[in-house]
Every structure is written in structure tokens, then in C-alpha cells.
Design a protein around this ligand. Structure first.
Ligand code: FES
Length: 212
């Protein structure tokens, strides 16, 4: 079955804008979609004085709509202030693409989530949070619920790959039920660290593999 993609979606899929990595970004975020197991990574360069997004790039590990929505959302966010960029939602992406098939809406949600999280990470790291909520287990679990378990294509919390989370004295410890020499162990560790380290009051993240 072929999906009814608009010409604009196909254009952005074939010739995506803003693809790649920014070295030394001011913030970044990786988001995984629990709906399909795909991922997108987004990087930001922000002018500290004006809070304008001066550069933005993304890497996609997903479907055609993932690439097209990453392309359009980075186009829309470039040149905007962080506050303006926060108002973008999946509908902004879908509208700018001339519509998306309903089954592909989660792909646009994924791109928007990556942008939101990157902005949130920037705010955490630059003292811009309006409310400084202390990091609790719930906060950590919420962030981890976007990390995909590569063995299952679903998130690491729901699939119980994360066994336990401890938060104490600005230190977060995450227990993962994998052997430390498992082929995905490093990858899972990196993603967990990447999601938790930006939190404003976290000084250290430790991932412990619990399986022999
Ligand atoms: Fe997974 Fe599109 S189907 S992001």
C-alpha cells in the first residue's frame, strides 16, 4: 500500500534541509518514538543574548515522514527565539508539509518532541527555567520513557529494561537489566546519560548493568 504523500513531503524527504550534526552544540536531544521505534537527534546553536536559534540540524534514523518532518521543523525553528520555537507543534509541521497521512502523525510528533527537548535542555543548562523543579525518580522515568530499548523497539521503562532508578544528592543511578558487554550496552548507556545529564540539578549520572 502506498501512502498519499504530498509533493512537499516527498521534496523534503528526497532533499532534506538541515541534515547533519553540529559540533559543540549549545543543546541537543535524541527522541525515540514508542509508536514505531524510530529515532531523531536534533542539535541547536543559540545566541545567548537574543535567544535566537542561529543554527539547527538533525539526524534521522527513521521513515520518510521522520526525515520530512525533521527537515520542515528545523526550517520553521531557524531564526526564531526559543519562546517562539516552543509554540511549534506537530500541526505546524504537518501544515507546512501540506498535510501528513494520519498514520504518520507520530513522525511529526517525534520531530517536534526532539525540538522541545533540545530547547528544554538548553533552558536547564543556561539557568532559564521559570520553575526549577527538583529532579525526582518520576522526572527521570519520564525522560527515560523516550529512550528506545533496541531489543524491543519500545521504551526502556515499559519494557522493564530499566530495573531501578535512584536519585540522591544530585546523583542519578539507573540500573539496566543487560550484561555490560552486551552489544547494545554502550548505546543504551549513552542515551540514558544524554537524557538525564542536562537536568539543571544533576551532577552525575551512573548507569549500572545488572545482568551477568
Ligand atoms: Fe517511525 Fe515515522 S514511522 S518516525
Amino acid at each position: 500500500m502506498s501512502l498519499p504523500y504530498t509533493k512537499k513531503v516527498l521534496d523534503h524527504f528526497m532533499h532534506p534541509h538541515n541534515v547533519g550534526k553540529i559540533e559543540n552544540p549549545d543543546a541537543s536531544a535524541t527522541e525515540g518514538s514508542p509508536a514505531c521505534g524510530d529515532m531523531v537527534k536534533l542539535y541547536l546553536k543559540v545566541n545567548e543574548k537574543t535567544q535566537i536559534i542561529e543554527d539547527i540540524k538533525f539526524e534521522s534514523y527513521g521513515c520518510a515522514s521522520n526525515i520530512a518532518t525533521g527537515s520542515i521543523i528545523t526550517d520553521l525553528a531557524r531564526g526564531k527565539t526559543l519562546e517562539e520555537a516552543k509554540t511549534l507543534n506537530w500541526k505546524s509541521a504537518a501544515d507546512a508539509l501540506g498535510g501528513l497521512p494520519a498514520v504518520k502523525v507520530h513522525c511529526a510528533v517525534l520531530a517536534v518532541d526532539a525540538l522541545r527537548t533540545a530547547i528544554e535542555n538548553y533552558e536547564h543548562q543556561h539557568g532559564l527555567l521559570k520553575e526549577k523543579t527538583p529532579t525526582t525518580r518520576t522526572v527521570v522515568l519520564r525522560r527515560l520513557s523516550k529512550v528506545i530499548n533496541p531489543l524491543a523497539g519500545l521504551d526502556v521503562v515499559k519494557t522493564k529494561l530499566v530495573k531501578k532508578v535512584e536519585v540522591e544528592n544530585h546523583k542519578v543511578t539507573v540500573y539496566v537489566e543487560l550484561p555490560s558487554d552486551h552489544q547494545f550496552a554502550n548505546n543504551v548507556r549513552n542515551e540514558i546519560e544524554e537524557r538525564i545529564e542536562p537536568l539543571w540539578d544533576v551532577n552525575q549520572v551512573k548507569v549500572i548493568f545488572t545482568k551477568q
